[in-house]
Design a protein around this ligand. Structure first.
Ligand code: UD2
Length: 285
């Protein structure tokens, strides 16, 4: 018996984890959004499985990350973002899946609700250790901004070419954010009540603080993003009720969130570069 035990120990190998900082990373990328390519290099393309899923073959990934993109009517942005993400995330040697969550007309756009649906749908397909909610028009400018989760929720957009200062205000949580499943459940996800532009990101900050958490950011030099310019969307008008809703964020957070999201799924398709989830929502009047 002793002899057998020692054989087991001798043959025990530690998993060959993927490096925390892969050598393939290039650091700062100079990008001209006017001419940015939507091409994906053949080697990267070949490694993407149906549904926009990738797993490094040469090492054991440390995390499994779901990228969730709330989406409607931004086809060109989506093409650019998908090629950029597949290239960068494969260099980061992260196991990932990309989910595009699209909202049908006529309801006004609701980014928080789509994030909740993305979280639930991607979890039902594969168990992820990290969920990244990602604006469709933001491109990471430095591939050392690793798409991983942390001990607290992360705001990965530490600076953005869209703003003259790095960010509009300190407690800003828009753009690209990362949660572990535990962190997301703890805040009950995003509010489902923000139809139209604005507020759902500030509401989330209240949820995070009210549950005794805080959030972190990479250094601005690493967490820089290029924003692709666009006109305002007629079906995503500024929400005039957003401040009133934000004021009641704490009170609502138990009953309004990922646990109570209501929607109808119209389609789920595993496309070559992403998993497409198409939903319709009854807008509260
Ligand atoms: C800011 C935040 C964003 C969110 C929003 C308020 C940044 C970088 N982003 O975005 O995270 O908090 O304010 O709601 O500060 N979208 C569509 N189709 C539409 C409308 C929106 O796909 O018709 C999606 C898309 O992923 C887009 C995101 O929603 O990136 C945010 O909408 P936006 O880009 O119009 O708003 P923006 O840039 O002010």
């Amino acid at each position: 018996r002793l002899h057998n035990d020692s054989i087991i120990l001798k043959n025990f190998k530690r998993p060959n984890y993927c490096p925390l900082w892969p050598e393939k990373l290039v650091g700062r990328m100079d990008m001209d959004v006017a001419v940015i390519s939507t091409e994906i290099s053949p080697a990267v393309q070949e490694s993407i499985a149906e549904g926009g899923v990738f797993k490094p073959e040469v090492c054991s990934p440390r995390e499994r990350t779901a990228i969730i993109i709330p989406y409607r009517n931004r086809e060109n942005h989506l093409k650019v973002l998908l090629s950029h993400l597949h290239e960068v995330l494969q260099r980061q040697m992260i196991e990932y899946g990309i989910y595009v969550i699209e909202m049908a007309f006529p309801a006004q756009f609701n980014r928080g609700l789509l994030a909740n649906v993305g979280f639930l749908t991607s979890s039902s397909i594969r168990s992820y250790t990290c969920y990244i909610i990602h604006d469709v028009d933001l491109l990471m400018m430095d591939d050392r901004n690793m798409y991983r989760c942390g001990r607290v929720p992360r705001h990965l957009t530490a600076s953005n070419t869209k703003y003259t200062k790095r960010l509009p205000y300190l407690a800003y949580f828009g753009g690209v954010v990362a949660f572990t499943p535990e962190q997301f459940w703890k805040v009950n996800g995003f509010s489902n009540l923000y139809f139209g532009w604005g507020g759902e990101d500030d509401d989330m900050v209240y949820r995070i603080f009210h549950t005794g958490q805080h959030f972190s950011r990479p250094k601005p030099i690493i967490g820089g993003y290029t924003a692709i310019e666009h006109d305002s969307d007629s079906t995503n008008p500024v929400n005039p009720n957003r401040q009133a809703l934000v004021n009641s964020a704490r009170r609502r957070m138990v009953d309004d969130g990922v646990r109570s999201v209501m929607y109808q799924r119209l389609a789920l398709e595993f496309k070559p570069l992403y998993t497409w989830v198409y939903i319709s929502v009854q807008e509260a009047k």
